[in-house]
Design a binder for this molecule. Structure first.
Ligand code: SF4
Ligand code: ZN
Length: 296
């Protein structure tokens, strides 16, 4: 099969666009989508990339480095080590290979040093706790390295699943928070792969020879997300373009609503932004501490 834009052999058929693309046109298509997302934000100064070593963040780091390095903007890779033996060491190894290849600065911070916990030591709720602590630590790390923006590796599949999960739960507050304007104390986020399907991220990484880890965390459960993933994939295969429509649809609704940025307070414990007195990570950490003896 030939590329619909030139006569070179196609490496991909995009059902949602109806196009066969050769390697060069596929690369250009992915990079165009990334540039479009990044241009929505005014990126100045230092840009942090949440970098796990997996395919998504490896592609984000590589493409943003090629876009910004020559413009004088500094890219810093930031990685959270959750304390998951047998998994994180391997992803850190492949992360180290990519940062060395690109020559970008890299900062790693662990739950152990910042929160005095590791995911391995928890007996339950690993993913819930891990997600909350990781978001908090990434925000702190981004501020520590002086970044004005934090890029994450969420791809179109992740975003479509999250949008649908929140609709199905009726969690409109969370849905609005997904796309809310900048909040004070939170480093502005950008998701360069928001409109790139997961399979295309993987194909891009493979064809470009980007070092990445394919290891999976043994705690990955997420039953509800797995159900929603199956559902979205099935509808996408019968109705190509559904994932895009889910994500774009929410963007359009929020664009029409133009929600006001909501104000955040400061956590009384750690000073991080929060809507309640204690931030989510301090609440979680408090619940994990052994209760001391009653004193009165
Ligand atoms: Fe953390 Fe769960 Fe992801 Fe493992 S699968 S890294 S525990 S969020
Ligand atoms: Zn706190």
């Amino acid at each position: 099969m030939k590329c619909d834009k030139c006569s070179a052999p196609a490496v991909l058929f995009q059902r949602y666009s109806g196009l066969h693309l050769c390697k060069a046109h596929f690369f250009a298509d992915v990079e165009k989508k990334i540039k479009k997302e990044v241009r929505k934000e005014q990126i100045e100064g230092t840009l942090a990339v949440a970098f796990s070593g997996g395919k998504d963040s490896a592609v984000v780091l590589t493409v943003l480095h090629s876009l910004f390095a020559h413009r004088g903007a500094e890219i810093i890779a930031i990685t959270v080590d959750e304390g998951i033996a047998g998994y994180r060491e391997k992803t850190l190894e492949s992360a180290a290979t990519l940062v060395a290849k690109l020559g970008v600065r890299w900062r790693v911070a662990s739950f152990e040093e910042h929160f005095d916990v590791t995911i391995d030591r928890l007996g339950q709720r690993q993913c819930t706790i891990c997600g909350i602590l990781r978001r908090s630590l990434l925000n702190r790390l981004a501020k520590m390295v002086g970044a004005s923006t934090l890029a994450t590796g969420h791809n179109l599949d992740d975003e479509a699943q999250t949008v649908l999960m929140n609709y199905l739960r009726g969690d409109i507050d969370r849905l609005l928070r997904l796309h809310h304007p900048v909040k004070e104390g939170l480093v502005r986020r950008v998701k360069p792969l928001k409109y790139v399907p997961e399979k295309e991220v993987a194909l891009y990484a493979i064809l470009k020879g980007i070092p990445m880890s394919l290891d999976e965390c043994r705690f990955a459960t997420g039953v509800f997300r797995a159900e929603v993933r199956g559902l979205v994939n099935e509808i996408e295969s019968n109705h190509p373009g559904t994932k895009y429509a889910l994500v774009k649809g929410l963007d359009r609704i929020l664009g029409l609503m133009q929600p006001e940025p909501f104000q955040l307070g400061r956590c009384t414990q750690c000073g991080e932004p929060t809507v309640t007195t204690l931030c989510q990570s301090c609440k979680i950490l408090k619940s994990l501490r052994p209760k001391g003896p009653e004193t009165d």
